[in-house]
Design a protein around this ligand. Structure first.
Ligand code: SPV
Ligand code: MG
Length: 586
């Protein structure tokens, strides 16, 4: 007899819905409207309540659990007061403030696209607190709030007896206030009837539910702590489908779901299961590690670290870095500074210190260089030291020793730091240790496309900005497929190196390599392979094995080395004269 009545309820409800859909009054339970627009979260929650299907909300208490609920295939989230509090380590007695709850909700709403129904307890105060709460929930795209007719501060429904209930009139005022304060029409206000919990009986529960619906509640949550579903099924039967019903089958967990379907219940909430599952998993993990002294044997039983990265969307961040970072290299950028030489022409000043450690306006040259590279995003800076290596040690760099600094050329120094080029990911800047440049120059170089790109001071610029340089000083003179043009777009033009040699006169080339190069992942690989080849054939173990030789060999093998002309000023400290200029200039 009971089942029959329940079945006929469902039938009525389904028929009513069918008609409403035909008339276009109720959208199908879908996340997209008929016009193809994505429905708001509040609209989707409303649909769940209004659907003839039994729907489920799964509890979540933070961003991670919200994400897991979404991936788990649920249609919505119950932001449980109990688990939000417990996850913060406090009691479900309004010990967490409402703004702390709001903050958690914000993480949850960001982490998942599901509609969230907040367990708003008693509304954290009177009607006025409810108004502010609802305004804030709408702003944060929370789909609805469930208010319970108890007193602030509330007690969890499964603790203690004789819970005091709110005055009906006062509670109706909160429901009206909630409805009046929402900025999204679809935002859902659920009124939770605690009369059965408080032992006030079925009559009181029905009477209150009626009043709450009259006050504007969109749905009624009828709560029971009995271990069978008798109370809620009886309520549903007597309620006669006046508005959607929500239940929380925590205690009467064994009731078959079809009983709820037959009773015409709209939404069942699994209110605390994810937190309970993770508490047990955490306790087991602690016990295991205590017992065995190590989590080594747990690796397969727990989520891999990569799973945390996946759940928190690290892949998206990597894509975004490519699009938005000032230069696309920064994420894994490294740099190698070749600073092994004593410095010819500076013997009077390099009695003990190598030239890279000479003071330039109160700070060693090398430290200035490391700081420019770091500012440009280099995550790791390697310094190859040789002469006076005991004086080359400071924080912020990793050191490599070249003890053959006075016998072999710079290519050998680079070979000493080849491990820096072997990192699979990210670009690497290679630069001499006796130069100074500003950040803008390196930023521009890093923006340049190419597997090996040399920063070249173009002919005109070199002559204008570096007039103090001695004419007989040797420089790395560059010839390229194109000379520098004062063209806005030159930075994006593909200009390739055709020759690089030590010469004294700039007039013989298109510009001067300033001693800074940037290599892509592929470029790094070419360099490592070429250095190994040079090593095998003993070309590397020679004082003439400098970086221009390395670049020429790469070019001969058909590897494109690019030229990036920069008119920005830079300094090359070759002798006492240069150092004097650096003091005046920097
Ligand atoms: C919650 O999840 O916080 C609830 C449901 O309010 S219950 O714990 O059953 O009261
Ligand atoms: Mg609660």
């Amino acid at each position: 007899m009971e089942n029959k009545t329940q079945q006929s309820n469902v039938q009525t409800r389904k028929d009513a819905l069918k008609d409403a859909r035909k008339d276009g009054k109720v959208a199908p339970l879908d996340s997209v409207s008929r016009k193809g627009e994505r429905l708001s979260r509040a609209r989707r929650l409303r649909q769940m309540l209004e659907s003839a299907e039994l729907a489920f909300l799964m509890e979540a208490h933070d961003g991670m659990s919200a994400k897991i609920v979404e991936e788990g295939g649920f249609q919505g989230i119950w932001a449980s007061g109990l688990t939000l509090s417990a996850a913060m380590g406090v009691r479900d007695s309004n010990e967490a403030s409402w703004t702390q709850v709001l903050e958690c909700l914000e993480f949850m709403a960001d982490a998942s696209r599901l509609p969230i129904l907040l367990d708003g307890d008693t509304g954290y105060g009177n009607f006025n607190n409810v108004r502010r709460l609802v305004r804030k929930l709408c702003q944060r795209d929370v789909a609805g709030v469930c208010l319970e007719d108890k007193l602030f501060p509330k007690t969890n429904s499964f603790i203690g007896d004789h819970h005091p209930l709110a005055d009906v009139e006062e509670f109706c005022g909160k429901i009206k206030a909630a409805q009046d304060s929402k900025s999204d029409d679809a935002f859902v206000v659920v009124a939770r009837v605690e009369a059965l919990i408080a032992g006030w009986g079925m009559g009181e529960a029905l009477k209150r539910a009626e009043r709450y619906v009259d006050a504007g509640a969109d749905a009624i949550l009828i709560h029971s702590r009995r271990h069978d579903a008798g109370e809620v099924l009886e309520f549903a039967e007597r309620w006669q489908n006046r508005c959607p019903l929500v239940i929380v089958p925590t205690k009467y967990i064994k009731t078959p779901l079809d009983s709820y379907r037959r009773a015409g219940i709209s939404v069942a909430i699994w209110a605390n299961h994810l937190l309970r599952a993770s508490v047990r998993a955490m306790q087991k993990t602690c016990a295991h590690v205590q017992e065995h002294g190590t989590p080594a044997r747990l690796e397969r039983a727990i989520a891999p670290v990569d799973e945390l990265f996946r759940l928190t969307g690290n892949h998206e961040l990597q894509q975004a870095e490519k699009r938005y970072l000032r230069n696309r290299h920064s994420a894994h950028l490294r740099a190698v500074i070749l600073a092994a030489a004593r410095g010819r022409g500076l013997e009077s000043l390099t009695g003990t210190l190598p030239k890279a450690m000479l003071d330039v306006k109160g700070r060693p040259l090398l430290k200035r260089l490391v700081s420019v590279l770091t500012q440009c995003g280099a995550k790791q800076v390697g310094v190859v030291r040789g002469y006076g290596k005991e004086h080359v040690l400071f924080e912020g760099a990793q050191f490599f020793d070249n003890d053959a600094y006075d016998r072999y050329g710079e290519a050998w120094s680079l070979y000493c730091a080849r491990s820096m080029l072997r990192h699979k990911k990210g670009s690497c800047v290679i630069c001499y240790g006796d130069i100074l440049f500003r950040r803008a120059l390196l930023d521009d170089l890093l923006d340049c496309q190419g597997d090996i790109v040399l920063a070249v001071s173009p002919k005109g610029a070199t002559e204008n900005t570096q007039t103090y340089r001695r004419q007989d000083n040797k420089r790395d003179i560059v010839k390229a497929t194109q000379s520098y043009r004062r063209n806005y777009f030159h930075q994006w033009e593909t200009i390739e190196l055709t020759g690089i040699e030590e010469k004294t006169s700039i007039t013989q080339g298109d510009g001067e390599w300033i001693g800074v190069a940037c290599c892509s992942e592929k470029g790094k690989q070419w360099i490592v392979e070429e250095l190994e080849a040079m090593h095998q054939s003993h070309v590397l173990q020679d004082e003439r094995a400098d970086l221009p030789l390395l670049f020429r060999r790469l070019m001969q093998k058909g590897k494109a080395v690019r030229v990036f002309y920069t008119p920005l000023p830079w300094l090359d400290i070759d002798d006492v004269h240069d150092l004097g200029e650096a003091h005046r200039d920097t």
